[in-house]
Design a protein around this ligand. Sequence first.
Ligand SMILES: *[C@@H]1O[C@H](CO)[C@@H](O)[C@H](O)[C@H]1NC(C)=O
Ligand SMILES: *[C@@H]1O[C@H](CO)[C@@H](O)[C@H](O)[C@H]1NC(C)=O
Ligand SMILES: *[C@@H]1O[C@H](CO)[C@@H](O)[C@H](O)[C@H]1NC(C)=O
Ligand SMILES: *[C@@H]1O[C@H](CO)[C@@H](O)[C@H](O)[C@H]1NC(C)=O
Ligand SMILES: *[C@@H]1O[C@H](CO)[C@@H](O)[C@H](O)[C@H]1NC(C)=O
Ligand SMILES: CC(=O)N[C@H]1CO[C@H](CO)[C@@H](O)[C@@H]1O
Length: 553
Amino acid sequence: MKLAAPPLPSLWIAFLISMLLVSSNAAFSPRILQQSTSNSKNYLTNEALWFNQTLDHFSPYDHRQFGQRYYEFLDHFRTPDGPIFLKICGESACNGIPNDYISVLANKFGAAVVSLEHRYYGKSSPFKSLTTENLKYLSSKQALFDLAVFRQYYQESLNSKLNRSNVENPWFVFGVSYSGALSAWFRLKFPHLTCGSLASSAVVLAVYNFTEFDKQIGESAGPECKAVLQEITHLVDQRLASNDKELKVMFGAAELKIDGDFLYFLADAAVTAFQYGNPDKLCIPLIEAKKAGEDVVKAYATYVNEYYGDSVATYNQQNLKNTALTGNSGDRLWWFQVCTEVAYFQVAPSNDSIRSSRIDTRYHLDLCKNVFREGIYPDVDATNIYYGGTKIAGSKIIFTNGSQDPWRHASKQKSSPEMPSYLISCHNCGHGTDMRGCPQSPLVPEGDAKNCSSPDAVRKVRQQIIEHIDLWLSLCQVSDNGVVWEKHDSLLSTACIPSCFNTAKAAFEEKETKQWVHPFLLHVEPEEQSTHQQLREVLTILDQYTRKILVPH
Ligand SMILES: *[C@@H]1O[C@H](CO)[C@@H](O)[C@H](O)[C@H]1NC(C)=O
Ligand SMILES: *[C@@H]1O[C@H](CO)[C@@H](O)[C@H](O)[C@H]1NC(C)=O
Ligand SMILES: *[C@@H]1O[C@H](CO)[C@@H](O)[C@H](O)[C@H]1NC(C)=O
Ligand SMILES: *[C@@H]1O[C@H](CO)[C@@H](O)[C@H](O)[C@H]1NC(C)=O
Ligand SMILES: *[C@@H]1O[C@H](CO)[C@@H](O)[C@H](O)[C@H]1NC(C)=O
Ligand SMILES: CC(=O)N[C@H]1CO[C@H](CO)[C@@H](O)[C@@H]1O
């Protein structure tokens, strides 16, 4: 919800209003920014629905439940067989389904869009008091199980609305940032519940000392801006030693009594510019001040006060310790996930860092201890064992990264046919560019890419995304008599071809009304074609069947 750099006065006003109404979320989380409820045109819907969720999916005897909020958007839904897009909400209140690029995709595919608020965040808190003890059910593992249960619940309620039973629509999951990781992990852990996944800027690797984060800021800034940022850090460290009060006041951050909190706040203020696609708002004034021989610390304070001032309180450990459920609880909740599961400690690298070297591992561990209690620290190894980190053994997952985004180093960067990975490169391509356009904050309706410094870079990746979704949905069609068209690979084996073909043929002949056109042949990669020769022959025959028997789109 932290709008990093509103470019226009009217947006600035909207920003101020939204800041009054919603909690401000800072950049220490990889979160994607969401808009306030006050601005309903930014949403496809913000009409909340509720269902009862199991509190502890891993206990054999605890049957407690809590109310979980969700949304549905059916305007584009091709009743009754269209796909269902599950847009996963991450580590902040989920006030609706944002009108980003998913609305373009839903329109294209005739999809319903549904979205579930992450447990504990927003209005989906099982407890009124967020004591460390009560947070024990807050984890990505529980959240994934929530999604699985919700997916079944929603499919069944849709079926009963449509007076039918035992029918499955093809599902596809989407997420950006932490929810991008959830999107990848959902496909990994519940492959039978989704045809595929888009994992945008997905932080799938839990990293303990995340030094690459700071290094990326230096690269995204470029040598000139980087040098000024480093000079500022140096001067700030000096002034903190000589007159810390005056310095903190200058940044509107007198409340940050712990120096580490203050330095973290200053570091994140710069991060935000790159993460959310507003690099020039930061670098141009700094470079100008430097050239004019002005006080660069003061120039930085001007930037921070203008664009990041509202976040100060979220860095204050005193506030993070507050166990009352409020509009600002998201920061405490995310820190709990950081301190128990994923770390991503954004420590200063030992050489050439942008941020103060005082932001180190110790700072983070002390925070975890102070805010939660002794013994709370992240077991990143366990997390990476559970999900595989960048060696995630999933399939049908698209990974995308923005070139300027410091988080991309916690994402999967190697591409493979079953898990294609794309880098979107441009001057202001940050976190979630494929879904959000540029800048990522404030929201650009439908994620329009025209203000990205290279709109073509975004469009190209989006085209790839569309093709993967199209292919994977088609491979996933489930006919009423249970023929699952997911087995791309088994179709390739000659042993399967005759029997698969016969089963499919029988299914098609039985179900004349099924709207289903086989796009398979269009998607076979050129280099794969010779090995697909046999498949092509079968599919050509199949295709004739589909054309003859099925109602075309
Ligand atoms: C959820 O559970 C509560 C309490 O048992 C019940 O009153 C409510 O009707 C349930 N809601 C739904 C949507 O099932
Ligand atoms: C479902 O069945 C009910 C009762 O038979 C009927 O009123 C309703 O119109 C049906 N809905 C659909 C979508 O067919
Ligand atoms: C993280 O950095 C700290 C301080 O430099 C070091 O003591 C620790 O071994 C590092 N841990 C890992 C897992 O890299
Ligand atoms: C430290 O960083 C500087 C600037 O990037 C580089 O020139 C130097 O080689 C680095 N030193 C070490 C020990 O890595
Ligand atoms: C792109 O930037 C221009 C100029 O700043 C602005 O007027 C326009 O609204 C922006 N377009 C989008 C889609 O954000
Ligand atoms: C497949 C792909 O383009 N992956 C890119 C993801 O980002 C890294 C940099 O962090 C690139 O090196 C990869 O090429």
